[in-house]
Write a protein that binds this ligand. Structure first.
Ligand SMILES: C[S@@+](CC[C@H](N)C(=O)[O-])C[C@H]1O[C@@H](n2cnc3c(N)ncnc32)[C@H](O)[C@@H]1O
Length: 242
């Protein structure tokens, strides 16, 4: 079942204010890794799945992409994308990845930044990606790391009495499926998959794995967001796989 949590007004307001702060995991951990994996974008056609406010679609155009389609389930996000990132060569469409149909179209590059962990049927998505890629096309995506998504509930650090972190609690790793956690609102749904499922689903759908990155914070991130030191203790994201 699809959840459209970014259209929840409370969630959306808090999420946007976090991203506008410019002091986030996205800025210092995930985006630098995604950008480091980008091919030469000049002349490329790009599909941005779960494009959010469209900033990565714009990044692609600014780096030479010929045409980008950004798709997202959230009408809030797509409205923001159209307002902040409109460009003649970017088309934003409000549709879920599950329902996206682009008959007769293929892309040089499909990107998806921190969105695929919201999708229940990962094999179906990868099958679609494989069909939508041109020969030698590339799929570059980031997702929450299985070590971060495995355990149920929301409190994953085991702490000393005084609150210092002792270690990260890993549990339920082999039990794939739905996880609900509290992030601005109760009951935000994501899906946990093991590393082998993530990788084998790509291979089974004809993709060739080139690189996997388990990123840590940039130096600027450690200065501006000291808690990112915890990324040395456990991975939180797995970008990019391509
Ligand atoms: C963490 S945000 C990332 C947005 C953007 N890619 C970025 O990096 O800023 C996740 C995005 O995935 C979108 N999303 C969640 N489930 C989706 C689905 N089933 N189909 C399409 N988009 C989805 C959300 O609406 C949200 O915009």
């Amino acid at each position: 079942m699809k959840q459209n949590i970014y259209d929840n007004p409370t969630f959306f307001k808090d999420y946007i204010s976090l991203r506008e702060s410019g002091i986030t995991y996205n800025d210092f951990v995930e985006q630098p890794a995604m950008k480091s994996a980008m091919p030469d974008l000049r002349g490329k056609t790009v599909l941005d799945l779960g494009c959010g406010d469209g900033h990565f679609s714009t990044y692609c155009i600014e780096n030479g992409a010929a045409k980008v389609i950004g798709a997202d389930i959230s009408s809030n996000m797509i409205a923001r994308a159209k307002k902040n990132n409109s460009h003649d060569n970017i088309e934003f469409i409000c549709v879920s990845m599950e329902d996206l149909e682009l008959p007769d179209q293929q892309f040089d590059l499909i990107i998806s930044s921190l969105s695929v962990h919201y999708i229940e049927d990962f094999p179906n998505l990868v099958q679609k990606v494989s069909r939508l890629l041109k020969n030698n096309g590339e799929f570059i995506f980031s997702t929450e790391h299985p070590i971060a998504t495995a355990r149920k509930g929301s409190n994953h650090w085991v702490k000393y009495e005084k609150g210092d972190k002792l270690h990260w609690a890993l549990d339920n790793y082999q039990e794939e499926g739905k996880r609900e956690h509290d992030w601005y609102v109760d009951g935000v749904v994501i899906y946990h998959r093991t590393i082998s499922t993530l990788i084998n689903t790509l291979i089974e759908n004809g993709l060739v794995l080139e690189k996997v990155i388990e990123p840590q914070s940039t130096a600027a991130g450690l200065e501006q967001m000291p808690k990112l030191i915890n990324e040395k203790r456990r991975p939180s994201e797995l970008p990019p796989v391509k």
